[in-house]
Design a protein around this ligand. Sequence first.
Ligand SMILES: [Cu+2]
Length: 147
Amino acid sequence: MSARSPRLGLAALALLLVAIPAVGVQSRDGGKKVDKEKICQEAEARYRELFGKPSKEGPDVVVLMYKYTFCPSVLEVKQGAKIRWVNVDKRTSHSVWFKEAGRPESDRVFSEEHVPMTADLAPGSYPYICGPHNERQGMRGTLTIVP
Ligand SMILES: [Cu+2]
């Protein structure tokens, strides 16, 4: 009996060591994805509430900024397209910054305000960030411009 329990204990410990990181990684990835979807659904509902129509109805291509998330975070547009990043948060201001492309940070816009941009960069994929929320909250997006 006394020899069995420590072995069981060791086995349980080994299982925990194997299981904990696996579960941790899985829920971190899976959880984030689900959260983002939910956040973007909420963001769209907020947009409709504020502007009385779906974000797809323009006038420009719309990206929502809500709860430290760009919705959608990955977007493809034609070169020359007009895009507006609309803040549908209640209290938080956001910016749009194509830092790697050498552009200056946009103004920080508050609820219902937007950052306008014409997709005038050369065709390609451009990561961008929200100035105040990219490091801690990971508020980032990618814009792909096609000819
Ligand atoms: Cu932000």
